[in-house]
Design a protein around this ligand. Structure first.
Ligand SMILES: *Cc1c(COP(=O)(O)O)cnc(C)c1O
Length: 412
């Protein structure tokens, strides 16, 4: 982009300060993608403006329209999801809002799994409700006959599901859900944050859009806030235009971090999954634990389905119910040394959340119970440490528990 005149010597220090060092003379490529932390891009001349705006020549225009780092990350996700295209967003919620807004006309109902991520529930029950998009909640996974009756009654154009539920890791039969929804002319949008394309690809099962909260596993290191949606080119083009209009596109540095995270995603997901299974097996033998919720356990309702859909595992989430009450949970948490209370998941470190006071706080105990979440349900997001160290920390907390909890609270 050397323009005539740019080689002439600058005079004033103020001019030098503004222009010096903008065109470093490096010709070979960096071994990792450069970070383009630029809010706008230069054009050679007015023909160039025309070519880039018109799409005849690839080029960036303005930060909010998306920069090179967002494009790098989006193309990587599209390839991982076997999708035609993908678009990044400022957060998982921005991705969800855009996916729904560009798929629904005002007045059209949505069918969704009960027990969705709290932020998604809030979005549906406030903004989409107000827009005239009522949500009909269905028990998913649940009885397919009942679900079919809902499809027949509601004529909803969209089914919204999560690939694994929070916190109990219930696994919907996505291929079968897609067949049912498509038979009723509905598209299927899947939040696959918990499983990532390494463990399962909803688009391969016929889903229409798949999305992720990138700050969880895709980013993986607890330092990114971003979202991404993948699907066919038409839908993604509409989503991109919507995100640009709403100022909710993916910022450059977040995109750069997210792509760096993807490099180790396969290794991390294998370890997260293996650690979750190891921790679930350990928890199943702990007397203070009333119930373990993890697909690797034979008593899990989708034990066989999960093994078929996700042979590589279902990620790092494991939940369990303690015998006792809130005090028991508080005492257990106090006894942990390295496992911190963190209201996120998918980080390299093992973290814990207590749904009754966090993700499921706004629900009544009865509503939580209807979702299978009790007053003593604890969720672990197993990290990539040595499983023996995760278990050792849990063991110490359980040992402390048997000393502090009245004997009447313990199982006989
Ligand atoms: C965290 C999360 C979201 C929301 O993503 P943000 O990046 O926090 O906006 C959506 N779905 C699931 C399953 C999540 O875990």
């Amino acid at each position: 982009m050397e323009k005539s005149g740019k080689s002439r010597e600058f005079k004033g220090s103020d001019t030098v300060a503004v222009h010096a060092g903008r065109f470093p003379a490096i010709e070979n490529a960096p071994s990792s993608p450069a970070l383009y932390q630029a809010s706008s891009y230069e054009f050679d001349d007015l023909e160039d403006v025309e070519a880039i705006y018109g799409g005849a020549r690839p080029g960036a225009i303005y930060g909010r329209y998306g920069g090179p780092n967002a494009l790098h990350f989006e193309s990587a996700v599209a390839e991982l999801e076997s999708a035609e295209a993908a678009v990044g967003a400022a957060s998982g919620m921005a991705a969800i809002g855009a996916a729904l807004a560009t798929s629904l006309d005002p007045g059209q109902p949505i069918i969704a799994a009960a027990g969705l991520y709290g932020g998604t529930l809030a979005l549906l029950e406030n903004d989409f409700q107000q827009r005239g998009n009522r949500t009909v909640f269905a028990e998913i996974p649940g009885d397919f006959g009942e679900l079919e009756a809902i499809f027949a009654r509601e004529r909803a154009p969209l089914l919204y599901v999560e690939a694994a539920s929070n916190p109990l890791v219930r696994i919907p039969d996505l291929p079968r859900l897609v067949r049912l929804a498509h038979a009723y002319g509905a598209i299927v949008v899947v939040d696959a944050t918990f499983v990532t394309p390494i463990l399962g690809k909803p688009l391969d099962w016929g889903a229409d859009l798949v999305l992720h909260s990138v700050g969880k596993y895709l980013g993986g290191h607890g330092d990114v806030g971003a979202g991404v949606v993948a699907g066919d080119r038409d839908r993604i083009d509409r989503l991109r235009a919507y995100l640009i209009r709403n100022g909710a596109t993916l910022p450059h540095f977040e995109a750069w971090l997210a792509l760096r995270g993807l490099r180790t995603l396969a290794l991390r997901m294998a370890r997260h999954s293996a650690n979750a299974s190891a921790v679930a097996a350990y928890l199943a033998g702990v007397p203070a634990v009333a119930r373990v919720h993890h697909p690797s356990r034979p008593e899990h309702p989708e034990h066989d389905l999960a093994a078929r859909l996700y042979p590589g595992g279902t990620g790092g989430i494991v939940a369990f119910d303690l015998h006792g009450n809130r005090e028991t949970v508080a005492a257990f948490v106090r006894g942990l040394e390295t496992i911190a209370i963190v209201h996120s998941l998918g980080e390299v470190a093992t973290t814990l959340s207590y749904p009754a006071v966090s993700s499921h706080r706004s629900l009544t105990p009865a509503a939580r119970a209807a979702l299978g979440v009790s007053e003593t349900t604890v969720r672990l997001s197993c990290g990539i440490e040595d499983a023996r160290d995760i278990i050792a920390d849990l063991e110490a907390a359980f040992a402390g528990l048997s000393q502090t909890v009245p004997a009447t609270e313990l199982p006989v």
